[in-house]
Structures are given as C-alpha cells and as structure tokens.
Ligand binder design. Structure first.
Ligand SMILES: [Zn+2]
Length: 352
C-alpha cells in the first residue's frame, strides 16, 4: 500500500513538473534595427543599467534574407514570424509566393489569444509579417485588409489612414467593428478595454517619436496583456520598438537612445508579467541592425555617449536574442532567425 502511495505521489510530482515547464504565453519583442551597439548606447545613456539585463539567456541570430546579404524589415520580420527566408520586401510569403502561417496565426488557430503592439503604423513591415501575406510591403491597404481577416485579438499602433482613408473607399475599421472589435483612437480609449477584441489605432500615420508619444508603447503592452491573459489556453503577443531603426537611418544618436530606452521600459512590462505568470516566455530580438553603429566613447557616470554611424542603411551583423522565463534556455547559441518560430512552436507543445 505504501509503495502504491509513493508511486502515486511520484506521478503527481512528475506531472506538476511537466506542467511547470509548459509554455502557455509567448511575448516576442522586436527592436527594429537593434544591434548590440544600440543596446549599449541605451545602457550608457541610462548610466550603466537596463531592464533588459534581467534576461536569463542570450543568443545570436543570422539575419540574411533569401535575396540579400542585408535584409529589410519585410524579410526579417517574415523570417521571425513565419520561419522562412524570403526576398527583401516580402510579407508573410516564401520565395515562391506561398503564404506561410505566422506564429500568431498558429496560436490563433489553437484557440489562444493573440496580439500585435507597435510604435509604428500597424501595416508597417514588422507587424505586417505576423498578420499579412503580401508580395510587397508597400501594399499597405491590402495589409490592412489582412488584419480584418486575421482574427487577431488585440492590435495597437498607428496607421488609421490605411484602415479608413483608402483609395478603394473601404472602411476596414467599420468592417472589424461589425466583426465584434472594440475600436480605440487614443491611449485613454485603449485603457478602458479590459476584455474582448480591440483595434487600437492611436495615430493617423506613425505614432510620434519618443518622447512626444509619451508612454504609448509600455502602456499599450500593459493594456494588451490585461486582455490577453483572460484566455486560459494562453496567448501569443508580438511587440515592436519600431523606431530604433529610424534613428539609425537618420544617423541620429539621440533618437536611437530615446527609442532604445522606451523599448527597454516596455521590456520591463513584459518581464514583470512573466515573473508573476509562470509558463510565460519572453524573447527579445531584432530583425537586423541599422546604422552600423559603433560606440567610440562614453561615460557611465554622466550618461554621455559618443556614437558613430558607418551607414544610413541596415547592416548584416548577427542580432542578439535575449530570453526570459519558461523555455528561455532554448534561445542560447547561434542560429538562423528562421529557427525562432520552430523553437517557440516546440515550447508551446501539444497545442500545436
Ligand atoms: Zn530600416
């Protein structure tokens, strides 16, 4: 009898351990154009520390696309979202033009809640890669149409004009409203939504740069998590710090640092959620580096940074992958950006 009881006890323990290892919620965070130098510029400006340092494992991803040694955000986003190398400029399709289901689409099919939160137009390349399938990233109206067909639970970003002020006269916001979406045009309106589906279009085009847009990005992630956590099957959320890249293109050091630190405050929101909610995995990476940034001087006491840009475009260097929470150790090592999708699907386990 005692032996039987022990066996049952052991089985319960093993079962509990297995449950503890299961990944239910995944938050993928993409710093557009965020290489190691952008991270260190932010760390220096912040006088020696970042929330990002709470990460548990670090890896590196190779970012080249199917067509180019240096990727754009379309192919880079598609590699992370869909797990395929494709041609620069392509959204959610392989090189033959086949639509490939994204992590978000698969999570949605499995009954999980899903979200996209960005500090750019929702139809921009990175968020589009998780929602849309279009041969060209500039097909913004078609990408907005794909939102209406995506079944995404929560999306918050800019781009209202691509949903409502269109050449074809369609009003995608109205169409999504008729499908049950609550619509919010400001962060105050976003904050009022606690459940159900939400389309948050908080700017006509791109939201302003930081600090003009305030705490839009961290607040939007908090709001999204409040809604997404209601699903007992878990969720998939993609967050983009979209404008780090734009600082690189502009060779504007202050812009890179402002956007990097805004993204870091957003990372804190995700880490705090994962800390309170076991079975949550946070993966933070970039689609590519922008600006060929190097740091040629600085002061950790004053926060002074002396940065030098070697290009106004993207570069080919590997990008860091920082991970936190359940399953985080799977993201150590050097691998392809297309390996991130299968790693996450494997961690989601039986719900595939
Ligand atoms: Zn760029």
């Amino acid at each position: 009898m005692k032996k039987v009881m022990m066996t049952i006890l052991m089985m319960v323990l093993v079962f509990d351990l297995a449950i503890g290892q299961e990944v239910k919620n995944v938050i993928v965070m993409i710093g557009d154009g965020m290489g190691v130098s952008q991270v260190y510029a932010g760390l220096t400006a912040n006088k020696g520390s970042l929330h990002l340092e709470r990460c548990q494992y670090v890896g590196f991803a190779k970012t080249y696309s199917a067509s180019d040694y240096i990727t754009d955000s379309g192919a880079g986003g598609t590699a992370i979202a869909c797990g395929v190398k494709t041609k620069n400029g392509t959204i959610g399709m392989d090189t033959s033009g086949n639509s490939i289901p994204s992590l978000l689409a698969i999570a949605s099919k499995n009954g999980q809640s899903t979200g996209v939160v960005v500090s750019c137009d929702l139809t921009h390349a990175t968020p589009a890669s998780f929602i849309a399938h279009q041969p060209n990233r500039n097909m913004t109206e078609e990408i907005a149409n794909d939102y209406a067909n995506s079944d995404v639970t929560v999306c918050i970003g800019g781009g209202r004009n691509n949903f409502e002020q269109r050449k074809d006269g369609r009003n995608i916001t109205a169409e999504m409203k008729s499908k049950g979406y609550q619509v919010a045009y400001s962060m105050d309106e976003v904050a009022k939504v606690k459940s159900g589906k939400l389309l948050g279009l908080v700017a006509e085009k791109h939201p302003a740069a930081f600090p003009e847009r305030g705490n839009m990005l961290p607040d939007a992630v908090s709001a999204a998590l409040d809604i997404l956590k209601n699903n007992e099957k878990g969720f998939f959320l993609m967050v983009e710090g979209s404008q780090i890249d734009w600082g690189g293109h502009a060779k504007n050091q202050e812009q890179v640092i402002n956007e990097m630190l805004d993204f870091d405050r957003t990372i804190k929101v995700a880490f705090d959620f994962a800390e309170k909610n076991p079975n949550t995995l946070v993966v933070i990476t970039a689609d590519h580096e922008t600006g060929g940034l190097s740091i040629v001087g600085g002061n950790l006491e004053t926060g002074e940074v002396k940065a030098s840009f070697s290009t106004g475009g993207h570069t080919s260097v590997m990008v860091p992958v920082y991970s936190y929470g359940t399953g985080a150790k799977e993201f150590a090592g050097i691998y392809q950006n297309t390996d991130i999708k299968p790693k996450i699907l494997q961690l989601y386990g039986s719900k595939k």
